[in-house]
Design a binder for this molecule. Structure first.
Ligand SMILES: Cc1cc2nc3c(=O)[nH]c(=O)nc-3n(C[C@H](O)[C@H](O)[C@H](O)COP(=O)(O)O)c2cc1C
Length: 368
C-alpha cells in the first residue's frame, strides 16, 4: 500500500508474523528504470522480509520488462503487476493501474514479458471490473486472456470494481460494493489458477472462514496496517498453524527499535527521519487503554527525539504495563459474518471462447 507498506512497516510486520507474505508498495516501472543507479532506494529490503512480492505498475512493456530484470538482483519471491489502482494520478500517466483491466490482451503481453525477465512466479492484482465493464464474463475474459498469453497463474482479486470517474482512491475502496461471489466464481471456473481474496477482510478469523470455503489465499490490507499487532499477531498460529513466538508489544518494539536506529546510523542519501521510522508503530496500541495519551506524547516527542530508542523511552510510560507486556493467546476474535450465501449468489458458469469481445477504452492505443 503506497506510503504505508514501506520497508519500515514491512519490518514491523515481519517481527510480528514470520509467515505472512509481504507485498511492497507499488513501484512505478519507469522509476526503477530511470533510477537504476539508485535502485536500492526503491528495491532493497532486509533479508528477513522474505517471502516478499514486488508490485510494479506501468503500461510500457519494455519498461515493465526492464524493471523486472533490474529487480531480479534483489531476489523478490514474486513479481506482481498492479491492475487495480484507480488513482487519477496514476491513471493520468497513461493506461495504468485499474485501466489496464480494459485491455486484457495488453496485460497478457505485459505479463509474458515480465515473466520472461525473471525466474520467479508472476501475478496480477486487479479489481473485479472497471466502471460499466463490471460483468463476471468480462472479469473471466480478463483472467482467461492473461492465463492463455502468459505463465501467470496467480491473481489477487480486490472484490469490488474501480470507478474511474474521479472519486478519490479512498472512496474507491469504500463505495463500490464488495462482490465476493465473483471471487468464488473464479475459484469454480479456473481450477488451474490460484486466486487470493482481497477487500474488506478485517479479522483473521474471516481469513480462515474464506480458506475453509476454498479460497487459496487472503490478502489483508488496511486492517493489518490499522491494527498490526492483533491482526498480524494471529497469522502464524491461526492461519499457518505454527506456534508463534508470541511476543509482547514491548518485545516487538524492542526488536523494531534495533532495526530503526540501525537505519538512522547509516550515512546514506535519503536516510529516513525518526518520524518516518516511528510511523508504522503508531497503530500498535489500537483501542487499548493509554493509546490516546501515548499518541499525544508521541507527537511531542517526535519534535525533538533523535533516535527511536529515545522516542520509546520518553513515551512508553503513557501505556500500562499490562498493555505493553501482555501476549496474544488463544484464538483470534470471531468474525460474525460468513460466506454462506455464496452458492446462491454465484454468477453463471464461464465457458472460455463463447463470450463476445467487449469494447476496450481508448487507452488501448496508449498502451502499445
Ligand atoms: C493507503 C493505501 C495505499 C494503497 N496502495 C496500494 C498499492 O500500492 N498497490 C495495490 O495493489 N493496492 C494498494 N492499495 C489497496 C490495497 O492493497 C487493498 O486492495 C485495498 O485496501 C482493499 O483491501 P483491504 O480492505 O484489506 O484494505 C492501497 C490501499 C491503501 C489504503
Amino acid at each position: 500500500m503506497m506510503d504505508w507498506t514501506d520497508n519500515h512497516f514491512r519490518t514491523l510486520a515481519r517481527i510480528i508474523s514470520k509467515y505472512a507474505w509481504l507485498y511492497t508498495e507499488m513501484v512505478v516501472a519507469e522509476t526503477i528504470v530511470h533510477q537504476k543507479d539508485n535502485s536500492d532506494r526503491f528495491l532493497a529490503f532486509p533479508a528477513e522480509q522474505h517471502p516478499i512480492v514486488l508490485q510494479i505498475g506501468g503500461s510500457n512493456v519494455d519498461n515493465l520488462s526492464k524493471a523486472t530484470e533490474l529487480a531480479t538482483a534483489y531476489s523478490y519471491d514474486e513479481i506482481n503487476l498492479n491492475c487495480g489502482c484507480p488513482s487519477g494520478r496514476v491513471a493520468g500517466h497513461g493506461c495504468f493501474g485499474a485501466r489496464l483491466m480494459l485491455d486484457p490482451e495488453f496485460v497478457g503481453d505485459a505479463m509474458s514479458a515480465i515473466a520472461a525477465s525473471c525466474s520467479v512466479p508472476v501475478s496480477v492484482k486487479c479489481r473485479i471490473g472497471v466502471d460499466d465493464h463490471d460483468s463476471y464474463e468480462e472479469l473471466c475474459k480478463f483472467v482467461d486472456t492473461i492465463v492463455s498469453k502468459s505463465p501467470t497463474r496467480h491473481f489477487i482479486i480486490h472484490s469490488r470494481k474501480a470507478l474511474l470517474n474521479g472519486i478519490s482512491p479512498a472512496a474507491n475502496r469504500r463505495i463500490p460494493p464488495l462482490k465476493y461471489e465473483y471471487y468464488f466464481g473464479l475459484l469454480r471456473d479456473f481450477p488451474e489458477v490460484q486466486f487470493t481474496l482481497n477487500g474488506g477482510v478485517n479479522f483473521i478469523d474471516q481469513v480462515n472462514v474464506a480458506m475453509g470455503q476454498g479460497a487459496h489465499g487472503v490478502m489483508v490490507g488496511r486492517a493489518a496496517y490499522n491494527n498490526p499487532w492483533s491482526t498480524l499477531g494471529y497469522v502464524d498460529s491461526a492461519v499457518y498453524g505454527v506456534k508463534s513466538d508470541s511476543l509482547s508489544r514491548r518485545q516487538v518494539l524492542e526488536k523494531y527499535q534495533i532495526y530503526a536506529d540501525s537505519v538512522l546510523e547509516k550515512d546514506t542519501p535519503h536516510r529516513p527521519s525518526v518520524r518516518q521510522l516511528v510511523k508504522p508503530l503508531l497503530n500498535m496500541f489500537h483501542s487499548e487503554p493509554g493509546n490516546g495519551l501515548w499518541k499525544r506524547e508521541a507527537d511531542a516527542a517526535l519534535r525533538h527525539c533523535k533516535t527511536v530508542k529515545s522516542f520509546l523511552e520518553e513515551t512508553l510510560d503513557a501505556l500500562p504495563d499490562s498493555v505493553l507486556d501482555s501476549q496474544l493467546s488463544g484464538d483470534p476474535p470471531k468474525w460474525d459474518g460468513n460466506f454462506d450465501n455464496m452458492e446462491t449468489l454465484l454468477p453463471p458458469k464461464y465457458t472460455a471462447g463463447t463470450k463476445d469481445e467487449f469494447k476496450l477504452h481508448a487507452c488501448l492505443a496508449m498502451s502499445t
